[in-house]
Write a protein that binds this ligand. Structure first.
Ligand code: MN
Length: 438
């Protein structure tokens, strides 16, 4: 477990004054990583760190010589067009780089002039997917989501008996993961209309969001060598927002017996910034299954996980329709939930994924699964918010939504806030639905 250190001090300020306004997602206590270049340029993508409304260019910084030792080696690794090399270096290197960045960005830093020359306004950059994601595994860690969805299909038996014993997951598709700003065509496919005995083929009619967190892996493990609970978080580089778009009608027809396939693989959108586990240290919370539930098997249990396996991250999803956009209206909040409601933790996902000897690689991504909380307003997918499509969401301009329509834009946000710590955030994860291919 990461302990608090000088980089978490809530009193720290930066000479980048936009980092100090108490509103930004990116105060000096956060320092999340992305890959970026100036928008519209043919520059190489390279690693950057968010500070206020700026990006600190790590390739430029590495050439200034203001960092040294492991921090400098890590900054050089982060100069590449993907962060896999930095991720593979492990937590000592990530922490050394974070400490070095914190020191040169602090108010009064003697290196200010040299570092200032490495800043690029966030408003002028474009981002890319921050790692070569070799494998993407989607978990199902919200018992509330699993119960809500299960109830729609099996009213008498909503939660299958394995749920409270096994962190359920399936192998997803990494090639169609895009970064915030992604626009994708409504998928087409086979669906079985209500009452029909044969499927029809055409555009998805029940296109949904899934508000999730993405978990980026750092150092991997050798094939055949499981990662134990007490080591699990040392293998996690950081978290981002993830919208795991889902075609519910295609899913309902295809998912048995092997699970989702084309209903998920057409697009998944992540936020550009990876918030490190070290940055998240002040917001950790105890984790426990309810006392009457099965307790985690020994390979899914540890003292650290019980003491602080959860993370208090507030999460929201907002919807902006074409009509709202044309009228200059504000987006409508669909839900507000929290990662602390998850039934399985980040460490448990890592330990479970590798317990059979499966090897993880730097840059692999997990999805947390849809992070619904216990109440309806905390439901993190339209399928749940509309109770299976029966109760449309009412929008302020008089429109309704059961599922997404063409032109709809969904924005995910996440942030952490607690007494005695700085407020930090994840930025935005924005995606837009385009009409299906004719
Ligand atoms: Mn999902």
């Amino acid at each position: 477990m990461i302990t608090l250190n000088e980089t978490h001090d809530p009193q720290l300020t930066s000479w980048v004054t936009s980092a100090n306004n108490g509103q930004t997602d990116f105060p000096i206590q956060n320092l999340p990583f992305a890959v970026f270049r100036r928008a519209g340029s043919s520059e190489a993508f390279r690693g950057g760190v968010a500070i206020g409304d700026q990006v600190l260019d790590l390739a430029a910084l590495a050439s200034t010589g203001v960092l040294d030792g492991l921090a400098q080696t890590a900054a050089q690794a982060a100069s590449a067009d993907k962060l896999n090399t930095l991720m593979a270096m492990g937590p000592h290197a990530w922490s050394a780089l974070r400490a070095g960045l914190s020191r040169v960005l602090r108010t009064g830093a003697t290196q200010q002039a040299a570092v200032q020359a490495c800043l690029v306004p966030q408003s002028s950059v474009q981002f890319d997917v921050p790692a070569r994601i070799g494998d993407y595994t989607d978990f199902y860690t919200s018992v509330h989501h699993a119960t809500n969805v299960g109830r729609l299909f099996r009213p008498d038996n909503p939660l299958l008996p394995n749920y409270k014993w096994v962190p359920i997951g399936y192998h997803g598709r990494s090639s169609s993961i895009g970064v915030s700003g992604q626009q994708f065509r409504r998928p087409v496919g086979q669906t079985l209309p209500p009452g029909a005995t044969q499927p029809s083929f055409g555009p998805c009619k029940r296109l949904d969001i899934e508000l999730e967190l993405g978990v980026f892996l750092g150092q991997g493990n050798a094939l055949g060598e499981p990662i134990a609970m007490q080591d699990a978080e040392k293998h996690v580089f950081g978290l981002c927002l993830l919208n795991d778009w889902s075609a519910r009608d295609i899913q309902a027809w295809e998912y048995q017996p092997l699970g989702p396939f084309l209903s998920k693989s057409f697009a998944s959108t992540i936020s550009p910034w990876l918030v490190t586990m070290e940055a998240l240290a002040p917001y950790r919370v105890p984790f426990a299954h309810p006392p009457d539930d099965p307790q985690p098997l020994p390979y899914l249990d540890s003292a650290d996980n019980r003491a602080a396996g959860g993370i208090d991250i507030q999460l929201s999803a907002d919807l902006l329709t074409t009509r709202m956009r044309d009228q200059g209206a504000a987006a409508h909040r669909l839900c507000l939930t929290n990662y602390r409601h998850a039934y399985w933790t980040v460490a448990q996902m890592v330990a479970h994924h590798t317990v059979n000897g499966c090897n993880l690689n730097p840059g692999d991504m997990f999805g947390s699964g849809t992070l619904s909380g216990p109440s309806l307003e905390q439901a993190a997918a339209l399928l749940e918010l509309t109770v299976g499509g029966k109760q449309p969401v009412q929008l302020p301009d008089g429109e309704q939504r059961v599922f997404l329509e063409d032109g709809d834009t969904v924005t995910l946000r996440g942030w952490c806030q607690r007494e005695g710590a700085a407020r930090i955030g994840f930025g935005e994860c924005v995606g837009t639905v385009l009409p299906a291919r004719a």
